[in-house]
Design a protein around this ligand. Structure first.
Ligand SMILES: Nc1nc2c(ncn2[C@@H]2O[C@H](COP(=O)(O)OP(=O)(O)OP(=O)(O)O)[C@@H](O)[C@H]2O)c(=O)[nH]1
Ligand SMILES: O=C([O-])CC(=O)C(=O)O
Ligand SMILES: [Mn+2]
Length: 606
């Protein structure tokens, strides 16, 4: 067979044979008009953002340097968990929490979808690295995509381009990530600003370390270095290699005595990771610096402690609710420009706005590209989609920890698990030991948010905030967490805490003021580790009373705070059947140690 000629295909700036043959194979299948190797340069950013402006995908912002407003197709606004698959050889390796299809069957379906799917478009090849580039053992990937939006976003979110190609060298290992928006163009056919396909597949082949995505341009479905690689595939690598790939922020807490502590925290999507990562403490003398807001890779250091690295290079943060009071550091980060805003509102003077931001614009262009006035808001039509996002470089964050780019990572003192629960779960609970902490994580529950398609508000179990991201059987994942604890020196393991910023009063108000006030909980946790703070033993773990927390000058009523801290035994007894049902769903692979924890909890609840 004669080789197909596609402009650019033979101008590859690499001699990496496996990469070259994969790129050729994909180009021959998807038949793009040309192939472009992304180099990550400023020139490339300028060229692609100009192209996106011309296509009507981007509107340049007048009020923020080198920044763009973007509205997606109204049907393509969030991760699609129903369409996300773990295609292991055996269904039992995907487990009860993942959709599964046999890899051969999935590949057959998707190969037909991919056939000719890049017609009329440019195919970009993006070499990228998750984690610092000078890691002696860098985690590399290559994303092929037909979306300029993806190339531009990957420049913000990952280390990518020529320096990564150098790391790939002749034969370095990499995770192939194939993405298409799934909308080929016939000759002369006018493109749309946000091409996508009604049919969507977000698929992972864990044994092969391979990712195929089709039909969506939205972040979590299309920026394949993020959830697909750094969580679903990396969690499988982590299981095999004895580490943890987690949906966690990483922050640095500095005490008034200048002691430094690193904390990692797992909350489900849209439950406060970015906000906690950048928090401005309300307690005098304490400082927070940021290392990551969404993903942490935790590996043992030579000293036996767990060290966290953030594999990402940017923030892909929830816009609504972000303002100068709740998250001033996110506001300062985006002020510096070089950002993409998707599905927020556009102001008449060329800036962005969203629900919860300061000001009350009289007129906006909504994320649906319609005229919008405050009356529309009052009628229940928000100007911005609840899952609208800013995509902005981490390096611009004013409270970035200087060591954020250190491939060694930072030693973690505490792990927080948290969810969004209107009842039952107190503000903070300290686990009794690692196994009990794993039980807390494994039974974590949260109300569903707008970060994934589906009904918002329904309580579901979201173990370790990883329900949509565990790349294998959830029971095996729990066992892996237990084993990680067993393999370590218990005195060096992080202490595990369970938090809930979202408990509500009868009228629906939040009982705890949250945001910067969460520093009071961080302080308590660290002082527990130091043996300096008091706590009260309860059937669910150690919980502070209002007197045991530093509440000096807190912005909230003491009655509410007491209610936020309350361990309500009746509510907990009502929780037990839900946990049992969840464990039932996990089935035979549920570690017996977690069954034991449940039995012990039942005993203590009486
Ligand atoms: N009441 C209350 N709301 C909070 C708090 N922290 C964050 N939020 C709100 O929760 C929403 C999501 O917060 P984020 O920090 O963006 O959540 P995330 O976990 O980073 O989300 P993903 O990027 O989807 O993984 C925003 O609307 C915040 O304003 C808090 O302490 N209290
Ligand atoms: O992946 C995304 O689209 C955004 C995100 O951080 C999440 O949903 O947790
Ligand atoms: Mn997330």
């Amino acid at each position: 067979m004669t080789a197909v000629t596609i402009p650019g295909l033979d101008q590859a700036p690499t001699t990496h044979q496996r990469l070259l043959s994969w790129v050729r194979e994909v180009a021959e299948l998807t038949t793009p008009d040309q192939v472009v190797w992304a180099d990550g340069s400023e020139e490339e950013w300028a060229r692609l953002t100009a192209k996106l402006v011309e296509a009507g995908t981007f509107v340049p912002l007048k009020q923020k340097p080198n920044s763009f407003w973007c509205a997606s197709d109204p049907s393509d606004v969030a991760r699609v968990e129903e369409r996300t698959f773990i295609c292991s050889q055996k269904p039992d390796d995907a487990g009860p929490t993942n959709n599964w299809m046999h890899p051969d069957e999935m590949k057959a379906i998707m190969t037909e979808l991919y056939r000719g799917c890049m017609r009329g478009r440019t195919m970009y090849v993006i070499p990228f690295c998750m984690g610092p580039l000078d890691d002696p053992n860098p985690k590399l990937g290559v994303e092929i995509t037909d979306s300029e939006y993806v190339v531009v976003s990957m420049k913000v979110m990952t280390r990518m381009g020529t320096p990564v190609l150098d790391k790939l060298g002749e034969d370095a290992d990499f995770v192939p990530c194939l993405h298409s928006v799934g909308m080929p163009l016939e000759p002369g056919q006018q493109d749309v600003p946000w091409p996508c396909n009604e049919t969507k597949y977000i698929t992972h082949f864990p044994e092969e370390r391979l990712i195929w995505s089709f039909g969506s341009g939205y972040g979590g479905n299309a920026l394949l270095g993020k959830k697909c690689y750094s969580l679903r595939i990396a969690s499988v690598m982590a299981r095999d290699e004895g580490w943890l790939a987690e949906h966690m922020l990483i922050l640095k807490l500095i005490s008034p005595e200048n002691k430094v502590y690193y904390i990692a925290a797992a909350f489900p999507s849209a439950c406060g990771k970015t906000n906690l990562a950048m928090l401005e403490p309300t307690i005098p003398g304490w400082k927070v610096e940021t290392l990551g807001d969404d993903i942490a890779w935790l590996r043992f250091g030579e000293d036996g402690r767990l060290y966290a690295v953030n594999p990402e290079n940017g923030f892909f943060g929830v816009a609504p609710g972000t303002n100068w009071k709740t998250n001033p550091n996110a506001m300062r980060t985006i002020e510096r420009g070089n950002s993409v805003f998707t599905n927020v509102a556009l102001t008449d003077d060329g800036d962005i706005w969203w629900e919860g931001m300061e000001g009350r614009p009289e007129h906006l262009t909504s994320w649906k590209k319609r005229d919008w006035t405050p009356e529309d808001g009052e009628a229940g039509e928000p100007s911005s989609h609840p899952n609208s996002r800013y995509c902005t470089p981490m390096a611009q964050c004013p409270v970035l920890a200087p060591e954020w780019d250190d491939p060694k990572g930072v030693p973690i003192s505490a792990i927080f698990f948290g969810g969004r629960r209107a009842t039952t779960i107190p503000l903070v609970t300290e686990s009794r030991d690692w196994q009990h902490g794993v039980f807390m994580g494994a039974t974590l529950s949260s109300e569903k948010t707008a970060a994934a398609a589906g009904k918002v508000g329904v309580v579901r179990r979201d173990p370790m905030a990883m329900l949509p991201f565990i790349g294998y059987h959830a029971g095996d994942y729990f066992q892996h967490w237990i084993d990680v604890g067993k393999s370590a020196d218990a005195t060096k393991l992080p202490k595990i805490f369970y938090v809930n910023w979202f408990r509500r009063g009868e009228d629906g108000r939040f009982l705890w003021p949250g945001f910067g006030e969460n520093s009071r909980v961080l302080k308590w946790a660290i002082e527990r580790i130091e043996g300096k703070a008091a706590a009260t033993e309860t059937p669910i773990g150690h919980v502070p009373t209002a007197e045991e927390l530093d509440l000096d000058g807190v912005d909230g009523s003491m009655a509410d705070i007491r209610a936020a801290l309350e361990v309500n035994l009746d509510e907990w007894r009502a929780e037990i059947p839900l946990i049992e049902e969840w464990f039932e769903k996990i089935g035979d692979k549920l570690p017996t140690s977690l069954r034991d924890e449940l039995e012990a909890l039942k005993q203590r609840l009486g």
